[in-house]
Design a protein around this ligand. Structure first.
Ligand SMILES: C[S@@+](CC[C@H](N)C(=O)[O-])C[C@H]1O[C@@H](n2cnc3c(N)ncnc32)[C@H](O)[C@@H]1O
Length: 641
C-alpha cells in the first residue's frame, strides 16, 4: 500500500515535471550533494526553446549534433505561408474528410498547428533513412550561421522552386543534417498528437540509434514503447549490393512512442502463421530433440511467466494437463518453443481463470484459436515491396513503398474514428491502409497525407507514365485504390446472403491543399509602417490571383478550424457569401459589401465572421459594421483580413 507523503511537495521537482511536459528535451539528470541522481533543467536548452535566435554556448549535456539549436529555432519560427485548395486534383471535395497536402512537411506541420492541435490519434512516418542514396531533400540548411540562416529561411529560388539537395556521405554534416531535419519536424508533430496519440516511425540501421535519442528528447524517454522489428523482402536484401564488410540488412525497425506515458492500448493480437500453427499437432513433440525435453512446467498466474521446475504447484499441474488437452496430445514431453507459443496464445481471460481456480471456482475457458499476443517482433510481416504499387499501376512507379498490412497493424491500436497523419507519405500507402480497414470494419478513420512535390527522374517508369512528381503518384494511388475498394464493397454487397448486413463504402475522397506563399501582400504585415491614407489608397492587401476559396482556407488555417469542414457558397444581392460548417464561420471577401448584406449575415448569428479589410472604404463604415454585429449578433467574433 502506498504511504501518505506527510510533507509538502518538492516544488522544484514539480516545476521540473511541468517543464518536462512542455519541453522534455530540456530535462537532464544531475547529482545532488549526496551524489544521488535527480532531475534537473538544462537552462541553455530551455533558453533556446524560449528564443527566436540561435543562442551561443556549449551544446554539451545531452544528445547533440551540429545545428541542433538552429533546428530548434527552425521549428519555432513562424512562416508566412498558406494552404491553397486545388479542386481539380481533389476527389469528392464536398463530402470527404481526408486531406492531401502537397508541400514541404515542415511548412505543412506549421500550418496544421492551430487546426489540429492535440487531434491526431496516430502518426506513421517513413522518412528517408539517410542511406546516402535517398532520393532525399534537405531544403533547410542548418550549416549556416544565424544571419545567412535567416536570409535562407525562404529556401525557394526566384521562380518559387524549392532548392532540392541530396544528402550524401561527402557532406561533413551527413548525420547532423539528417538529425536536424527530423528533430524540427518531430517537435511540430508532437503537438498535433492527441493525449492518447501514438507515433510509429520506420527506420533502418543507418539512423536508428540517432532517431531513438531524438525521439527521447522530443517525446520524453517515458513515452518510448517499443523498437519493433519488421522483415525486409528477399529482393530488397539482395539489392543491397554485398560489400562483404557487413551482412545485408534483413530487418528494419519501427520506433513506437506515445504522447502520454499513462496511455495504455487495448490488447493486440496477431494471427498465428501457418508454420507455427503446424507445430501444434506434430513438430512440437520434440521426440527427435532430446535436449529440448523437460518434465513439467509451472505458470506464475500474476506475471504469466512460465518456468520449469520441481516447485510445481497444483495450478501448474492443472495447467499442464489443460495444455495437453488443448493441443491434443498425451505426451508429457514438451518442446520449449511450443510452450512459448501456447503461453502467448493465452489472453487476460486465461489469467483470470488461473486466479479463479486458485480460489476454488474454475470456469470454462476457451483460448482464442489461431491468434497470438502481439509483441515487438513483427517479422511475420514484410515491411515493403512494390507488389501493391504494381497491382494498382501495372508497373513500378514508386519503388520504396511500404505495404498496407504493416500499417493496418498499427491502426489496430487506435479507435475506428482515428485521425491518422503521414507526413512523408510517398505513394500514400497509409491512406490506402486507412481506406481498406474502414471498408472492412465499417470504421470512419480519416487521414492527412503530406508529400513534397519531389520531381521524378526523367528516366523513371513514373515519369514515362506521366507522373512528374511523387505527389502525383500519391494522389493517383488514392484515386485508384479507392475505386478498387469501392468496387469490392459493392460486389460483396451484391452477393449478400439473407440476414447479412451490407457494408459501407468508405470515404475514398480527399481534398488537395498546396503549400504556397501567403495570400497577403507584404503591406499586410507592415501595416504599422504605412499611413492610413496610403492604406486607403491601396487597392487591396491581397495578392493578385488569389481566389475566395484561397482566402477562405487561409482563414481556416489562421483561425484554427479543421480543413475538412463542409462549406457552401450562396449569393446574397449578387455578393458571394461562404458558410462553413453551418455557421462556425461566415466569410465574405467581396470588394464592397453593402450594409444589407452585412445585416443578413449578422442575423444568422454565426460564431465567426470575416470580411476583406478593403471592403469598407472608410473607418466610419467599419465602425458601422461593428455596431450592426453588436446589436444583431453580440456573440459573433468579427475579423477582417
Ligand atoms: C521513404 S518515402 C515514403 C514511402 C511511403 N511510406 C510509401 O509507402 O510510399 C519518403 C518520402 O518522403 C518524401 N519527403 C522527403 N522530404 C520531404 C519533406 N521535406 N516534406 C515532405 N515529404 C518529403 C520523399 O519525397 C519520399 O516520397
Amino acid at each position: 500500500m502506498d504511504k501518505l507523503r506527510m510533507e509538502t511537495k518538492d516544488m522544484t521537482q514539480e516545476n521540473i515535471k511541468k517543464l518536462a511536459e512542455l519541453f522534455p528535451n530540456v530535462v537532464t539528470e544531475m547529482k545532488d550533494e549526496d551524489g544521488n541522481l535527480k532531475k534537473g533543467i538544462n537552462f541553455e536548452l530551455l533558453k533556446q526553446e524560449l528564443s527566436g535566435d540561435v543562442i551561443d554556448g556549449e551544446e554539451a549535456y545531452d544528445f547533440t549534433w551540429v545545428g541542433k539549436r538552429a533546428a530548434m529555432v527552425e521549428a519555432n519560427t513562424p512562416i508566412r505561408k498558406t494552404l491553397r485548395p486545388c479542386l481539380d486534383e481533389s476527389k469528392n471535395w464536398e463530402t470527404t474528410e481526408n486531406l492531401y497536402i502537397e508541400g514541404d512537411n515542415l511548412d505543412a506541420l506549421k500550418l496544421l498547428q492551430e487546426s489540429y492541435l492535440n487531434s491526431v490519434k496516430m502518426i506513421y512516418i517513413d522518412p528517408p533513412y539517410n542511406t546516402g542514396n535517398d532520393s532525399f531533400v534537405y531544403p533547410d540548411d542548418y550549416s549556416m550561421d544565424t544571419e545567412e540562416y535567416d536570409e535562407s529561411i525562404e529556401y525557394r529560388d526566384d521562380d518559387g522552386n524549392i532548392n532540392f539537395r541530396k544528402n550524401n556521405e561527402t557532406n561533413p554534416r551527413f548525420h547532423s543534417d539528417w538529425c536536424s531535419m527530423m528533430f524540427s519536424r518531430l517537435k511540430l508533430a508532437k503537438s498535433l498528437l492527441a493525449e492518447d496519440g501514438l507515433i510509429f516511425i520506420s527506420i533502418g540501421d543507418e539512423e536508428v540509434s540517432n532517431l531513438r535519442k531524438i525521439c527521447d528528447a522530443v517525446f520524453g524517454e517515458s513515452n518510448f514503447r517499443n523498437q519493433i522489428v519488421v522483415r525486409r523482402g528477399a529482393k530488397s536484401v539482395q539489392a543491397q549490393f554485398p560489400t562483404w564488410d557487413k551482412l545485408g540488412q534483413g530487418l528494419e525497425y519501427i520506433l513506437f512512442y506515445t504522447r502520454n506515458p499513462e496511455y495504455r492500448f487495448s490488447r493486440q493480437m496477431k494471427p498465428l502463421d501457418e508454420v507455427r500453427k503446424g507445430t501444434w499437432n506434430n513438430h512440437w513433440r520434440g521426440t527427435d530433440r532430446p535436449t529440448m525435453r523437460y518434465p513439467i512446467f509451472g505458470i506464475t498466474p500474476t506475471s504469466g511467466q512460465w518456468r520449469w521446475g520441481k516447485e510445481r504447484s497444483e495450478i501448474a499441474v492443472e495447467n499442464y494437463k489443460r495444455m495437453l488437452k488443448e493441443v491434443g496430445t498425451t505426451e508429457d514431453i514438451i518442446e520449449e518453443e511450443a510452450i512459448d507459443e501456447w503461453y502467448s496464445k493465452q489472453d487476460d481471460g486465461f489469467l483470470d481463470l488461473l486466479r479463479l481456480s486458485k480460489s476454488g471456482k474454475p470456469e470454462h475457458y476457451v483460448p482464442p484459436t489461431g491468434e497470438t499476443l502481439l509483441n515487438s517482433s513483427w517479422v511475420d510481416l514484410l515491411i515493403g515491396s512494390s507488389s501493391e504499387i504494381r497491382n494498382i499501376f501495372g508497373n513500378t512507379v514508386f519503388d520504396t513503398a511500404k505495404l498496407t498490412p504493416v500499417i493496418r497493424r498499427m491502426l489496430g491500436f487506435c479507435s475506428k474514428d482515428a485521425l491518422v497523419l503521414d507526413f512523408f507519405s510517398g505513394s500514400s500507402t497509409t491512406a490506402h491502409a486507412v481506406m481498406q480497414l474502414n471498408a472492412e470494419d465499417g470504421g470512419n478513420r480519416k487521414y492527412i497525407m503530406v508529400q513534397l512535390p519531389e520531381e521524378t527522374d526523367e528516366k523513371s517508369q513514373a515519369f514515362k507514365a506521366g507522373y512528374k512528381t511523387i505527389a502525383d503518384i500519391g494522389k493517383e494511388r488514392i484515386r485508384r485504390a479507392g475505386e478498387k475498394i469501392k468496387a469490392e464493397v459493392e460486389e460483396a454487397n451484391a452477393k449478400l446472403k439473407d440476414g447479412e448486413e451490407p457494408k459501407k463504402v468508405p470515404d475514398i475522397g480527399f481534398r488537395v491543399l498546396k503549400v504556397d506563399s501567403t495570400n497577403m501582400k507584404d503591406v499586410y504585415y507592415a501595416a504599422n509602417e504605412i499611413t492610413q491614407d496610403q492604406l486607403f489608397n491601396m487597392k487591396s492587401n491581397i495578392k493578385e490571383g488569389r481566389t475566395d476559396l484561397d482566402l477562405l482556407y487561409g482563414v481556416l488555417v489562421d483561425w484554427g478550424l479543421p480543413l475538412s469542414l463542409n462549406h457552401e457558397t450562396e449569393t446574397i444581392e449578387g455578393i458571394a457569401v461562404h458558410t462553413v460548417d453551418h455557421g462556425s464561420l461566415i466569410a465574405c471577401f467581396a470588394e464592397h459589401v453593402p450594409e444589407t448584406v452585412v445585416r443578413e449575415i449578422a442575423k444568422r448569428q454565426p460564431l465567426r465572421v470575416v470580411f476583406r479589410d478593403s471592403s469598407f472604404s472608410s473607418s466610419p463604415e467599419k465602425i458601422n459594421v461593428e455596431e450592426i454585429f453588436k446589436f444583431l449578433a453580440p456573440n459573433t467574433s468579427v475579423r477582417v483580413i
